[in-house]
Design a protein around this ligand. Sequence first.
Ligand code: GTP
Ligand code: MG
Length: 342
Amino acid sequence: MDYSSEHIDEEFDREFSRIYEEQTEAINAQLDQDILFALIGDVNTGKSSTINQLMGADVAKVGASPGATSAIDLYTFKQHITFADTPGLDDIIQDHSKETLGYYENADVILFFLNAAGTVFSEGEKSIFEKIAAVNQDIIIVLNKIDAAEDIDSLKAYVKNHTGGTFPIVAISSKNGTNIDQLRHAILDILEKKQKDIQLAKELEGKKAKASVAGKWILGASVAAAGVGATPIPGADIIPITSIQVGLMVKLASLYDQPMTKKQAKKLVVTTLVGNFGQTMYRQVTKFFPGAAFIAGTTIAGAVTAAFGYSIKYAFEHGIDLSTENLGGMIEEYLGQWQKRD
Ligand SMILES: Nc1nc2c(ncn2[C@@H]2O[C@H](COP(=O)(O)OP(=O)(O)OP(=O)(O)O)[C@@H](O)[C@H]2O)c(=O)[nH]1
Ligand SMILES: [Mg+2]
């Protein structure tokens, strides 16, 4: 069988163009967006350590008291992302200024920090939480320093009971990085609703942070493709799956700052759809997909989409040329492992 696009009919061509342009526009629309985070929490709860872990870069000073007269410190990271940091709860309590409240109202995401190794959800924390929740509901409760605390489940249950049970609570250690991925994913969930998630993802530094976002997107696309329920064979059902795969591909290209032309995108999707990979050069490679989890109980459409996503991620991470041969070979290898799974 032939990979080239000449063999795919005009209707697919038209639909592909429409999907590619729609997805590309949706991503480009995000790239001038500003993102405002508000960090709230008592002194030493690990606010600065957490945002440094989150972004994979030194955004804020750890352990140093800024000593500014204002209750709010602003850190801007790479032009579009701003962290409004409050150096302590006392400052918030004393400062009733409109300006401070404005930051809480306008924040895209509020990270409300609690120290698992201290008094969790004190009276002061409770009253500030309520004031903030009254103006902005996009709050993630960050229970930090779990490396230095015990019975984290009870602490989480306690916080949940006292906050109405509707806010995500993420237990982390910003000292050793435990569950930072989970926190990043909770943030992306909120930003996705505001169409700002790709903007944040693009600004993340470091392989690990980018890989965690890529993994989230690949899983989401794979679950969505499995939901479509079609097999990846050219026919009437390929359009929704193509749409999912093109969306995933342009997002990954944006995340890894790689060019992705319409022509290349089409070739790669067609390769995946035709499914005749016929390459054996990757067969010898053992553990080709470290960290590529197989999605339990997925359909072939889900598995192919996962294979597609993990292969593109792998190519971008390792500077491998995304030719149809390379992509086909990697997908085949992944699917071979998937078929042999338990
Ligand atoms: N054990 C433990 N210590 C932590 C953790 N996160 C931060 N710390 C320590 O707690 C202290 C305060 O950390 P920061 O990140 O500066 O906390 P902050 O909330 O930004 O502090 P202020 O800006 O002064 O309000 C530092 O000594 C950190 O090393 C953690 O997860 N576990
Ligand atoms: Mg700080």
